[in-house]
Design a protein around this ligand. Structure first.
Ligand SMILES: [Zn+2]
Length: 158
């Protein structure tokens, strides 16, 4: 029985990401590729804050419950309130410095805090032909991740 369920878990992990649903678990290597691109590629760094927040939102095992809510709020501030990343970075730094942000962002147990596994878009939907297309698609992906997660009720949270 136990070995049987292990096989199922293993097969599932070969096929799709258990969190965002990306085929072949390709999301993580794509994420690292994108980070390099954003540091090196001309014009790609402009969406770095969106790439990180959207990826984290879709991979809640990397976060605490408070950390996940924090990432969602960040994404909302970027996309809906149109706050510039530099402003949010400063605000965040002030909160940490003043001791007002008293929660941990990084997960300690590595377990997902949401039980959502299907998303309208994943990081694999982002095209990379050129910087313009790239930025446009990262925006679209981040926006849809935010919309998907806004429809999530609190009961979905662990
Ligand atoms: Zn994934």
């Amino acid at each position: 029985m136990l070995s049987g369920s292990r096989i199922v878990v293993k097969l599932w992990s070969i096929m799709n990401c258990p969190e965002c649903g990306a085929i072949d678990n390709a999301c993580e290597s794509r994420f690292h590729e994108f980070l390099v691109k954003e540091f090196e590629g001309v014009g790609c760094g402009a969406v770095h804050h969106l790439t990180v927040a959207a990826y984290m939102l879709q991979h809640s095992s990397k976060l605490t419950r408070e950390g996940w809510l924090h990432e969602r709020e960040l994404l909302r501030e970027f996309l809906v309130e149109k706050k510039p990343p530099s402003f949010i970075r400063k605000q965040n730094r002030d909160l940490v410095d003043s001791g007002k942000r008293n929660f941990k962002i990084k997960s300690r147990d590595g377990l997902p805090v949401i039980n959502k596994t299907t998303w309208t878009k994943t990081i694999l939907d982002v095209r990379v032909e050129n910087a313009e297309v790239y930025c446009e698609d990262v925006n679209a992906w981040a926006r849809s991740a935010l919309e998907d997660s806004e429809g999530m009720f609190l009961k979905d949270l662990r």
